[in-house]
Design a protein around this ligand. Structure first.
Ligand code: PAF
Length: 287
């Protein structure tokens, strides 16, 4: 079967309706394109869980602030389609701005997940999660999947999508997929392509720092001290650090030293700039 390319909702719905009539299970992987092995692993998980897989490619302007990289975000449609075709994806949906934001970005209805959208990444990128949640909800309504797969690299995004699905009673099962890493530990990301050779060499320090932080917490270190020393290590190597923070995994609430008890599920989240490239990463662990 060849892969269907679809740029309008009527065609998408006709195909999805046909699959539903045939009792197929539909899994969905939303992307902004520029696909790397991390995305491809999401597709593979989707294929294991469902009989049909839909991937969307849409660089969503609503999740970029005016000073971010919307214009320069890497767009590699031909290579993306080739990879998805090779993997045997059933349909690629490529909406345009008029489909996503018919009234324009400022006048369209939006969805905002409170609190979770404002903390950590949301503090540094106000409006980012509103843009993500709105686009994802719209894509869910267009594709109407049974299952959707998101990467754990964007852990806060994953939690926000889970909350959105729960709060709005969407009949969609959300699956989180483990972060894929380069051989030196750097989490795969489309933005890694912005790194020059020396930045790329240094970038591994971000995931290494998370491991050091985990080790310190496991050894009973004071959280604020551990956080401070990780920030200093990164800054000493030229990173501009937005945050390195230890949180409770399911709520992303802050944890205090006396809350660190056995079996506690924790996550370290970090965001830092190296040169002009902003990298994020996280590390989950149980104490
Ligand atoms: O993670 C991404 O690539 C984007 O935030 C998503 C989920 C496709 C929404 O635009």
């Amino acid at each position: 079967m060849s892969m269907t390319l679809c740029q309008n909702i009527e065609q998408l719905r006709a195909q999805i309706d046909g699959w539903r009539d045939d009792k197929e299970i539909i899994a969905f992987v939303p992307t902004m394109g520029n696909l790397h092995d991390g995305h491809l692993s999401l597709v593979e998980i989707a294929q294991q869980k469902a009989s049909r897989v839909v991937v969307s490619i849409y660089v969503n302007p609503l999740q970029f602030s005016p000073d971010e990289d919307f214009e320069s975000y890497p767009r590699t449609l031909d290579a993306d389609l080739e990879q998805l075709n090779k993997l045997g994806v059933d349909l690629v949906f490529m909406p345009d701005d008029s489909m996503m934001y018919p009234q324009g970005q400022q006048r369209s209805t939006f969805v905002d997940v409170p609190i979770l959208s404002q903390i950590i990444e949301g503090e540094f990128r106000p409006g980012f999660f509103k843009g993500v949640a709105t686009a994802v909800l719209k894509l869910f309504n267009m594709v109407q999947p049974d299952i959707a797969v998101f990467g754990e690299k964007d852990f806060q995004q994953l939690l926000i999508i889970r909350r959105l699905v729960e709060d709005l009673n969407l009949p969609i099962k959300i699956i989180g997929a483990e972060t894929r890493r380069e051989s030196d530990g750097l989490a795969m990301s489309s933005r890694n392509s912005y790194l020059n050779v020396s930045e790329r060499a240094k970038s591994r320090l971000l995931s290494e720092t998370l491991l050091v932080f985990r080790h310190q917490i496991e050894q009973g270190a004071d959280i604020k001290q551990a956080e401070k020393s990780c920030v200093e290590t990164l800054e000493n190597h030229g990173f501009i650090v937005d945050y390195v923070t230890l949180r409770e995994t399911s709520s992303l609430n802050e944890v205090s030293d006396d809350e660190i008890t056995k079996n506690k599920e924790l996550i370290i989240l970090a965001a830092a700039k190296i040169g002009k490239t902003r990298l994020i990463d996280n590390l989950k662990f149980t104490i």
